[in-house]
Ligand binder design. Structure first.
Ligand SMILES: [Zn+2]
Length: 444
């Protein structure tokens, strides 16, 4: 299937939309016998089966060669999944090193591995594997921490372009609290970030954008962060970093700067409506109010929060403060590159939180589906382009097949679309994802 060929999908279609009344965070629609018409990279029409012929005549009248995809009653069309926080170079460490908390884990395992990306052949091997693997798991958009090395980071950019994923790619900034042979000078970090932004932009690929990536508040001095803040304005780029992941980390940040964590980034000009902050477990009410004011978002990384014993992020509380939230695998703080796994962990964390709070309403499967699709798009400020099947958006989508070969189909009864989605979230994996589309193009 090429992106040029127009396509019609007919069957079970599920996606989340903004609730126009704003009474709820989102509304979900899960309809049988619905259609989505895709022309080039965009959705041009959606509706019920009975209106298909009229829509086809209106939008595809002059086209002979239209691909019609009739979904079975065990298949679903859903928006592509968004991983709002993943470290590509840490992929080889998935499932390793969970015996240490964050700050010790970085020194014992992470920096040792990340240093290897001076080797560009190694970079190529790993980064191609990461992009293939995440696409296979249905991640149509990924927000990547790449390498501290600018040339290795460009290899990730090339891999993303080659495989057709949508992505933000960030060259990591790190000048302090790291091994001597794995950190930059303050001059280098700014110079190479500028070079990286320009190199990514010169690729002229609509799917890939550079993103400013200070590792976290202890990896840089304030002067460097302020300079990065200037680059954010100059190039109008998104920002990603970590915040309030671990209690020792928060203490160290407070000690170093004498102010609250979120205020450190704010002082540097790094909190914008296009900033995504990973974790955010221990943010105070004042910090959440500040994030809300700035329009910055949180990437919830429940697998990682559990494996590194960082804590439990209360997503319900973030919602109550009006914070945009997406889901992140945080590979390799999290062991799995799958956002389906992150959805399950988000459910588990929320249910665990409910045991110690009276009248607490844990997240349900629809909430985590929202986080993995429209919520993720909002968190990355991409919701004008992706996140659901609204007409005019680009077509990033998955065909989920709950009757796929090699899968346990015995448990399938007569399921409604929402029941199939529920089964996918609780029991599914990459084998249930039979097709992946990014900007109208088939990539799995
Ligand atoms: Zn991370």
């Amino acid at each position: 299937m090429s992106s040029e060929q127009s396509k019609i999908f007919l069957g079970n279609v599920i996606h989340c939309q903004r609730d126009p009344s704003r009474k709820q965070l989102y509304k979900i629609s899960g309809e049988q016998q619905s259609f989505v018409i895709v022309k080039g990279n965009k959705i041009v029409a959606t509706g019920k089966k009975e209106d298909l012929e009229q829509a086809r005549a209106q939008h595809l009248a002059d086209e002979q060669d239209v691909m019609v995809v009739m979904l079975s009653d065990r298949q679903l069309l859903i928006p592509g999944l968004v991983d709002s926080h993943i470290h590509a170079p840490q992929y080889p460490n998935c499932g390793l090193g969970y015996d240490k908390p964050l700050l010790d884990w970085l020194q014992a395992y992470t920096y040792k591995l990340e240093r290897k990306y001076r080797d560009l052949e190694y970079s190529k091997k790993v980064f191609n594997a990461v992009v293939r693997k995440t696409l296979n798991h249905g991640t149509t958009t990924a927000c990547y921490f790449a390498s501290m090395f600018e040339d290795a980071s460009m290899i990730l950019v090339d891999a993303v372009i080659e495989h057709g994923q949508r992505a933000f790619v960030g060259k990591i900034n790190m000048t302090t609290l790291a091994p001597d042979d794995y950190k930059e000078t303050p001059e280098e970090t700014i110079k190479l970030t500028r070079k990286f932004i320009e190199a990514v932009r010169s690729k002229n690929c609509d799917l890939v954008e550079p993103i400013i990536t200070p590792r976290f508040a202890l990896s840089l001095e304030m002067d460097s962060m302020v300079e990065l803040g200037h680059l954010v304005k100059e190039y109008d780029v998104n920002v990603q970093t970590h915040i309030s992941e671990n209690q020792d980390e928060v203490k160290e940040v407070n000690k170093k700067y004498g102010i609250q964590y979120a205020n450190v980034y704010d002082e540097a000009g790094l909190l914008t409506p296009k900033t995504v902050l990973a974790h955010g477990i221990y943010l105070s009410d004042e910090e959440l109010s500040l994030l809300r004011q700035r329009g910055s978002s949180v990437s919830h990384c429940p697998d990682s929060n559990t494996c590194l014993k960082s804590g439990m992020c209360d997503v319900r509380r973030l919602f109550n403060f009006g914070i945009k939230v997406g889901l992140g695998t945080d590979v390799s703080g999290g062991p799995s590159p799958s956002i389906v796994s992150a959805m399950r962990s988000a459910l588990a964390t929320s249910i665990n939180l409910s045991f110690s709070q009276k009248n607490y309403k844990p997240l349900n499967y629809m909430d985590v589906f929202y986080l993995a699709t429209l919520g993720g798009a909002e968190a990355l400020s991409l919701d004008h382009k992706i996140g659901n099947f609204e007409v005019g958006k680009e077509f990033d989508a998955l065909v989920v097949d709950m009757g796929a070969e090699n899968c346990n189909t015995d448990m399938l009864l007569d399921c409604s679309p929402l029941e199939l989605l529920q089964k996918f979230i609780y029991t599914g994996d990459d084998r249930n994802i039979s097709n992946v589309f990014v900007a109208g193009k088939s990539v799995k």
